[in-house]
Design a protein around this ligand. Sequence first.
Ligand code: GLN
Length: 480
Amino acid sequence: MNLTELTLTELRTVLQNGETSSVAATQAMLDRIVAQDNDIKSYLTITDELALEQAAAADKRIANGDESPLLGVPIAVKDIIATKGVPTTAGSKILEGFIPPYDAFVVEKLKEAGAVILGKTNTDEFAMGSSTENSGYFTTHNPWDLERVPGGSSGGSAAAVAANMAYAALGTDTGGSVRQPASFCGVVGLRPTYGRMSRWGVVAFASSLDQVGTFGRTVADCTALFQATTGYDKRDSTSLDVPVEDFTAALTGDIKGLKVGVPKEYFIEGMDGEVETAVRTAIAKLEELGAEIREISLPHTEYALPVYYLIAPAEASANLARYDGIRYGPRIEGADMIDSVKQTRALFGPEPKRRIMLGTYALSAGYYDEYYGRALKVRTLIKNDFQTAFEQVDVIACPTSPTTAFKIGERVDDPLSMYLADIFTLSLNLSASCGLSVPCGFDSKGLPIGLQLIGNTLQEAMILNAAYAYEKSTNWNLNL
Ligand code: GLN
């Protein structure tokens, strides 16, 4: 039995049957990280000793009859999520060496569930990017083609799961950062409804858009991690106090009569022809499985990109004001206090600097109403588009990304072309929907393509089940 090739669900079965131990699975993952991660570079920090301690503790719980669904399972955590006693950098030099004194809510939940934390994965600095090339440390490589990006900003998590260096992983999705790297790396990535997963302990980028999400090699695996880490948390004022359904039980694979909308605005010029073919074929498959397909319209789609790039930088410019060398991370001593703050803030890389400037400008007196205020109004129009659509259909199906993984270096000097990588994922964050990416084929270069399924507010169970039904009818996820 090659432990690293098992899915999370399969690992749980063999752990429970006593065919292997969590210590063995954790060691197998750590060995694989040593063997593969020099090339892929998905981890910023590997917590090997802690992981083996957690695994030994999980083995004891299993021996005592505990059957918690994540018990003993090695998981990776995006480095923007606080881990007590373990460095958390958000991919930025401005947080180099920062060791949080507490765990994020989702990490508390992982620990309660008895999961094993393998380490912290690479991210674009403060999750600003679509390729991990904006990481202050190094670029992560796509396991399918090392010359290509894994997507971003949760590229480290997606690559680690795709390359069997974690059974599942946590990421965050502010504008597509779980779904787009899932699509580029050929794994499943879920971005739940805003407020489903507590943001307590998640380094803030754009607070009205940020949301934790989960990656797995299969829909069931992605669901298992979501199930274990979601829930109400009073420390996050935007956390939704709603019941946690049994999402795993909802994976019936039955989608007969499910109304699936295909938004005409998502099949645009400039989209890769092979992506379009794969996504249209996947939609036909959903129909074969019993879904009813109809064309819908999300008329304000074209405004999502400019609206997002006003709102996200505006919120970021406020959130990033706290990095002054006084409270967190490194401090560079200057001639006086102002000089110290200036020199310390120079540790931000180019992308956060660009966004702080954009955001500060958009919020400044005289421009506030014209830019930020108008963006908020158009955000409402985008939100309304989704509400109207969900009066007609249950689920929306479209591509996750207009292209497959691009080459490292290809877009990094052209911010606009990088921003365009998220053209199909941004709208969801501006609305109150949830969404996921599930593998739906390969292009002629052998690179994975993702199908995006979008659900109405709190309809995670429905989109996960639709993805599950689709996945069962194909074997795209088993090709790595
Ligand atoms: N690529 C988008 C950005 O750079 C989205 C990032 C994210 O979802 N964190 O803002």
